[in-house]
Design a protein around this ligand. Structure first.
Ligand code: PGA
Ligand code: ZN
Length: 427
């Protein structure tokens, strides 16, 4: 039984304020969580509450913190922390808005996650076990690992936001991470060989080089894979997060600023089809903007066989995913708990996707914290894939390290998803 909440203003990996919450139970167990925050957020996401005013350039979260310690504390005291559905329903009802803007989705998620952690501790089980529903063994996810960043995560040096390595040939999670780390090092070497050394890291711990074109990032990823002694396409495939919402104009045209080009949705799809013909791209996230359902339909038809992953399109929303399933748009869903605000809804979206044959990728945000609960959600919910950034920066490695430990610790009691988790059949 929940006896009280403690909340505080913490910092995320970009140095911006975020909400921390501790849930306290009558038996003495506690659970704490700090919540992540995106930079390339979709219009349809649940809303964080930020203070405005002079502190932290308006980004403070003292009001959200006060809601946790005040209104939410009063409303959920006495609830059973192991009954996540009832707790999350109470949180939603208390907020009263569809996008949780009154109390703040950041406030609500901090309570939802901290309660899950407290409940698990009370039961004496790890979080992955507490959130599992008995539908299968714990599943270590196939990682997609950030190697090069552009867009909103890297000063918009190029337009595409995220170039990732998918170590599809690796036989275990640990091997996949080792391969990804080698590809990252190989890509850094390749950049240096081209006179483009990168000493600094982008928001998700990857390389943020100044590149002339989006294609050149794909070249570097392939060359980096080869420098790592791995075979592009066979050992390591490529995933890209185009994050096209970031560069669509009101008239529906897409502006590749780095290349001084303006494309219609159809021309952007042509471009992506070309890239897929030249590079071992397995997965494309947000190839079109969040409300470009017609463009999404086109890309789903033209790139059938690749994983087509909706992030800003679906925003972890059961309603938006239902529309996607209905219109047969995309074939995979990015799941970010803070897009929806509660674990119950995020979990429901994973189930809804799997029931329809869509793959799921559990995802961190570009603004993260040192928490590792996301790793347990991936394993317990059997999402099959995970994306948390690159192989360095502690807010990223916190998640990888938890998964590395779980794989070691669980041994034969767990499965590794491997490349079977990908939607699509290419290459
Ligand atoms: P964000 O980026 O957390 O800045 O939204 C991650 C993504 O787009 O997948
Ligand atoms: Zn994305």
């Amino acid at each position: 039984t929940i006896t009280g909440l403690f909340a505080w203003e913490a910092l995320d990996s970009r140095g911006r304020p975020t909400v921390g919450c501790e849930v306290r139970l009558d038996g003495g167990a506690t659970g704490s969580a700090t919540v992540p925050s995106g930079a390339s957020t979709g219009r349809h996401e649940a809303r964080e509450l930020r203070d405005g005013g002079p502190r932290y350039g308006g980004q403070g979260v003292r009001r959200a913190v006060a809601h946790v310690a005040g209104e939410i504390n009063d409303a959920i005291r006495g609830l059973d922390s192991t009954d996540q559905a009832t707790l999350d329903e109470r949180l939603r009802a208390l907020d009263g808005t569809a996008d949780l803007h009154r109390l703040g989705a950041n406030a609500v998620l901090s309570v939802s996650v901290a309660a899950a952690l407290a409940g698990a501790r009370q039961r004496g089980v790890p979080l992955f076990e507490a959130v599992a529903d008995g539908s299968g063994a714990p599943l270590l996810p196939l990682p997609m690992v950030n190697i090069i960043s552009g867009g909103a995560h890297s000063g918009r040096s190029i337009d595409v936001q995220d170039f990732l390595a998918v170590p599809l040939g690796a036989a275990s999670f640990a091997e996949a991470i080792e391969w990804a780390a080698r590809v990252r090092a190989g890509a850094a070497e390749e950049l240096a060989a081209r006179g483009l050394p990168v000493a600094l890291v982008a928001d998700e711990g990857g390389l943020g080089p100044l590149l002339p074109t989006n294609r050149s990032a794909l070249d570097i990823l392939v060359a980096g894979t080869e420098r790592a002694g791995l075979r592009p396409g066979a050992d390591v495939g490529i995933a890209i997060d185009i994050a096209a919402t970031q560069f669509v104009r009101a008239d529906g045209r897409y502006v590749l600023a780095a290349e001084s080009r303006e494309l219609t949705a159809g021309e952007l799809v042509d471009e992506l089809v070309d890239w897929c013909a030249s590079y071992p791209i397995l997965s494309l996230e947000d190839p079109l903007a969040e409300d470009d359902w017609a463009g999404w339909q086109t890309v789903t038809e033209r790139l059938a066989g690749r994983q087509l992953l909706g992030d800003d399109l679906f925003v972890t929303s059961p309603d938006r995913l239902a529309r996607g399933l209905d219109e047969q748009v995309a074939n995979a869903v990015l799941v970010k708990p803070n897009q929806t605000g509660t674990l119950t809804t995020a979990r429901a979206v994973v189930r809804q996707a799997h029931a329809a044959g869509y793959a799921t990728v559990l995802s961190a945000r570009s603004g993260e914290t040192e928490d590792d609960w996301l790793a347990d959600l991936a394993v317990g919910w059997r999402t099959g894939q995970i994306k948390v950034g690159s192989t360095m920066r502690s807010e990223r490695t916190a998640k990888w390290n938890r998964l590395l430990r779980l794989e070691s610790e669980l041994g034969d009691r767990a499965e590794y998803a491997g490349q079977a988790a990908l939607s699509g059949t290419a290459p």
